[in-house]
Design a protein around this ligand. Structure first.
Ligand code: ADE
Length: 417
């Protein structure tokens, strides 16, 4: 393997975005391989605001595979990690660094152990698809380390086996996960529909809604749906083609109608499941109502909403101007608690907040009801129902961070920095 003292370590650090489905994935036809019962489409979110960074390292001095998530050691023995590690290791190819005197053959990779450190730049338990970004980043970084020659489509099929929606985080922009037909899942892969520059006017605002209780896990929820819901059979496959067209033509009204209708249908399917699943809460419903009223008053959609398996709202505004008008409405209806700093209540792209012209809590308190609200009753304001807002946009796919200062593992000890 080279390196006379066996003290060498090789390291790769990758950064991978999260994604939000605008045509939802819900229901598996194969639980082990994670094969879905429908195609889905997502928007990749800007990794500057939401991403996972993962450093993977290999060294003959490591005596077992180990992983740290957000600084805390976690077990790698769970199925989703094992599937990804096995699939990547089986595709490893010979590697040589003549300068460092390191040579690793295809067979060496099967015996060498790994250290992995991963960090999410957003709260892991906030229901913001951290496992999608996390598993995509693990697969991407390992593939680079082990000199895997497969293309991103094939890597997406490996990430899929870790967490279904992770396959869509292998690309930036607008991504389709094709359900595929093969029993082995080889054609259940992600493809890029358009990159992040194709429709760069869009602005995304995420309302992180305070959840009082833990929701049903997606895995068990999906299983219950497939077994008990009749409504799931009526999900419209035509929406995939219509959404592809809307994205291709940057047709915002169609994009918004399709995204909202699919989110609502997904939650209707959850309600049609036995036992019924409730992911949205009262705050989620009030956000929908705020957007619907405004869209109706304007005569054409200004904002799309979509909700995953949790109460958080992901809102897509057609441009910066509508994003500022949206944030103004959101701050009016869902102001922070009086002791909250506005700077920590609206995070991500702060320029949207500047466009609203709101600088402090006094400005938030001075906001007047939007014109579409005819019968406003002051008691309707709900302080503290939203934890915070994240302003972001469609973003790029995975990248390798070549600057060693960004690595999460110490090159000498192989432990988290
Ligand atoms: N689950 C949530 N975040 C993750 C991460 N960064 N890596 C792997 N699994 C995760």
């Amino acid at each position: 393997m080279g390196g006379e003292s066996e003290k060498w370590a090789l390291m790769v650090t990758g950064r991978t975005p999260t994604n939000i489905a605008v045509i939802k994935y819900w229901g598996k036809r194969d639980e082990t391989l994670i094969l879905p019962i429908n195609d889905s489409i997502s928007v990749t979110l800007d990794p500057d605001h939401l991403c996972t960074t993962t450093t993977v390292s290999v060294s003959p001095s490591f005596d077992q595979d180990r992983m740290w998530l957000n600084g805390k050691e976690i077990s790698l023995s769970v199925g989703e990690f094992q599937s990804c590690l096995r699939e990547i290791r089986s595709r490893a190819t010979d590697f040589e660094d003549k300068k460092k005197g390191i040579k690793i053959t295809k067979d060496d990779w099967q015996k060498l152990h790994l250290h992995i450190a991963s960090y999410n730049n957003f709260p892991t338990a906030a229901g913001l698809a951290s496992s999608a970004a996390g598993l995509a980043c693990l697969v991407f970084s390992l593939a680079k380390l082990m000199n895997v020659k497969e293309d991103y489509g094939q890597l997406s099929a490996i990430a899929r086996q870790g967490s279904g929606s992770a396959c869509r985080s292998l690309y930036g922009g607008f991504v389709k996960w094709i359900m595929g037909k093969e029993g082995d899942g080889s054609d259940s892969i992600a493809v890029q529909l358009a990159d992040e520059n194709h429709w760069d006017e869009l602005v995304i605002i995420i309302a992180v809604v305070s959840a009082r209780q833990k929701e049903t896990s997606s895995t068990s929820g999906m299983r219950d749906t497939v077994e008990t819901s009749l409504l799931i059979q009526h999900r419209a496959p035509k929406r995939i083609i219509q959404m592809e067209d809307a994205i291709k033509n940057r047709d915002f009204p169609s994009f918004a109608r399709l995204a909202c209708a699919d989110s609502n249908q997904f939650h209707a399917v959850c309600l049609d499941t036995y036992p019924p699943i409730f992911y949205m809460n009262d705050t989620s419903h009030r956000i929908i109502s705020c957007v619907e009223k405004w869209n109706r008053a304007e005569g054409t959609p200004q904002v799309a909403y979509t909700f995953d398996a949790g109460p958080n709202a992901v809102l897509v505004a057609r441009n910066r101007k509508t994003a500022a008008l949206l944030l103004q409405r959101l701050l009016f209806h869902f102001p922070p608690q009086s002791d909250t700093n506005l700077d920590s209540y609206v995070i991500g792209d702060k320029t949207i907040l500047q466009d609203v012209g709101v600088q402090d809590m006094k400005d938030v308190e001075a906001l007047t009801p939007p014109p579409e609200i005819k019968d406003y009753i002051p008691t309707q304001k709900s302080k503290g129902d939203v934890s915070y807002f994240i302003c972001t946009r469609p973003g790029r796919g995975p990248v390798v961070l070549s600057d060693e200062s960004q690595a999460l593992l110490d090159p000498v000890t192989g432990l988290p920095k």
